[in-house]
Ligand binder design. Structure first.
Ligand SMILES: Nc1ncnc2c1ncn2[C@@H]1O[C@H](COP(=O)(O)OP(=O)(O)O)[C@@H](O)[C@H]1O
Ligand SMILES: [Mg+2]
Length: 252
């Protein structure tokens, strides 16, 4: 319901056109507090564009987006404060170590130095980088960089995390590691997460609900059981997210 105060993100007919191409087409979905929402879809489906509109970084062509009840365009500063956004290609200064890198982010977010010090070590521990804190980021593996990226977006204590394909390019072990970390953020810190990823097996394990976006339209959203029933009908068999995804994809 619209009035639920546990709604973190709500879009209604959100649309983005680039010229005569519609990147996001009348998208309506809700993200609730404390849930992990798996945001799925092939490349070019409109996932990143949706995130950018929610962040107030690109203007919708139509419809409405609300983050904690706030319009991301009109309340740009407040909304950016609420969202911990990890883009697809996180940029780092390779010459800095993890501590310096986090101190820099803390300063950008105007977090007082005395608070930042303590928090920074807590976060490095949370993401499992406490023993690599003084190593240059240039020497980090991709998985370590992604975990550092998550520590950095957590610095400002966001209400919700937007993770745009954080597992892209990771080997299976590193991807699993990252997914475990995200699941712990939910379990231990009640973090709300909008996660786009192609690692369907992992997404299935950790997501409360998923949305499947194809060519700008959310063709399905719900729990695995709901989508399974919607697409395959009633029955005893439990379908995997991959089976469900591919069926939606092929029939779109
Ligand atoms: N700034 C832009 N200008 C023009 N077209 C864009 C722009 N950004 C994205 N698009 C197009 O919008 C569609 C959706 O892209 P995107 O949101 O990046 O998809 P996804 O993140 O799901 O891979 C694609 O066809 C893409 O080429
Ligand atoms: Mg994208």
């Amino acid at each position: 319901m619209d009035t639920d105060n546990n709604v973190v993100v709500k879009t209604t007919n959100l649309t983005k056109r680039y010229g005569d191409q519609t990147a996001v087409d009348n998208l309506s979905f809700t993200l609730r507090e404390g849930e992990i929402f798996g945001f799925l879809g092939p490349n070019g489906a409109g996932k990143t564009t949706t995130l950018l509109m929610l962040l107030g970084l690109t203007r919708p062509s139509g419809g409405e987006a609300l983050v904690c009840g706030l319009d991301p365009v009109r309340k740009a500063k407040e909304v950016k404060r609420l969202i911990g956004y990890m883009p697809e290609n996180v940029g780092f200064y390779p010459e800095l170590d993890a501590i310096q890198s986090m101190e820099y982010i803390a300063a950008l977010n105007a977090i007082p130095e005395s608070n930042a010090r303590k928090r920074l070590w807590e976060l490095l521990e949370l993401v499992g980088l406490q023993n690599d804190a003084y190593k240059k980021v240039a020497n980090y593996s991709r998985g370590m960089k992604q975990r550092l990226g998550i520590a950095e977006v957590l610095l400002k204590d966001p209400k919700v995390l937007f993770l745009d394909e954080p597992t892209l390019g990771l080997d299976p072990e590193a991807a699993l590691n990252l997914i475990d970390l995200i699941a712990r953020l939910k379990e231990d810190h009640n973090m709300t997460v909008l996660l786009s990823s192609h690692h369907l097996h992992q997404v299935q394990k950790m997501s409360d609900r998923v949305g499947i976006m194809i060519e700008g339209r959310m063709v399905a959203q719900g729990t695995l059981d709901e989508l399974s029933r919607e697409k395959f009908g009633l029955g005893d068999k439990t379908y995997s997210l991959e089976e469900i995804y591919l069926k939606y994809f092929r029939e779109a």
